[in-house]
Design a protein around this ligand. Structure first.
Ligand code: ZN
Length: 237
């Protein structure tokens, strides 16, 4: 019995390794997905900023056009004012005041234009920063993708080898009822069917083991299970 339990312990270690590796195999692509989502976020933000910039540039050229139109109007009125064609004082005064108003408006327009230009400049900076960020993320993603593919291939290979080893260990278990009990327990007990005990506590459920159980464990003549969680227990020598 002792020998069979030892083999079963070996099998448990193998199964732990398999479940550990299978967990890693599932986890690795999740990290990759995270980096991909970050990159997508940056790309989306960049696209929106570029669109806004384009709108601002359209606005700028419209404002520039308005400004030059205003300048032209001022020039035309000034020509009228000093051209000598108009002689009526009242009319001349009115023209003068119109020119003054236009000049005020023009000043305001110039200030607006300047503000917009500064805003556009800032936007250009933001966009180039985002582009830099995006390039960094893309590089990181490529690097991680390659690393992950290598790691996953290694893990897959290791799992295959461990399964082969498992087959060989199973062949050594002559007590098939013990094996099927192990398999059943493993499914129900989060993968842990057999555990080593080196003190009076079950490592599976932390029950204080009765003295009789400890006695049987040390004798190792029959299969001893935890009275609480039913896991197979083996005394650690
Ligand atoms: Zn227990």
């Amino acid at each position: 019995m002792k020998e069979q339990l030892k083999i079963l312990l070996e099998l448990q270690k193998i199964d732990d390794k398999i479940s550990d590796d299978e967990g890693k195999e599932k986890e690795l692509p999740l990290k990759l997905e995270e980096i991909k989502q970050e990159l997508e976020k940056t790309k989306k933000c960049l696209k929106e900023k570029k669109k806004t910039l384009k709108d601002m540039q359209v606005k700028l050229s419209r404002k520039e056009l308005d400004l030059s139109e205003k300048s032209n109007k001022i020039m035309k009125h000034q020509q009228d004012l000093y051209g000598g064609k108009i002689t009526d004082i009242k009319e001349l005064r009115q023209l003068q005041s119109t020119i003054e108003n236009y000049k005020e408006e023009k000043k305001l327009m110039e200030n607006n234009l300047l503000d917009l230009m500064i805003e556009i400049e800032d936007f250009h900076k933001e966009i180039s920063q985002l582009e830099e960020e995006m390039n960094k993320q893309e590089k990181c993603l490529n690097k991680y993708e390659q690393e992950i593919n290598v790691s996953i291939a290694e893990i897959k290979e290791r799992i295959r080898n461990t399964y082969n080893l498992r087959e060989k260990v199973i062949e050594k278990i002559t007590d098939k009822r013990l094996l099927s009990e192990y398999e059943m327990l493993k499914r129900g007990k989060e993968g842990k069917a057999i555990m080593e005990v080196d003190e009076a506590i079950c490592p599976g459920c932390y029950l204080n083991l009765p003295s009789d159980t400890i006695y049987q464990l040390k004798k190792a003549e029959i299969i001893v299970t935890c009275p609480n969680c039913d896991r197979i227990l083996v005394w650690k020598e």
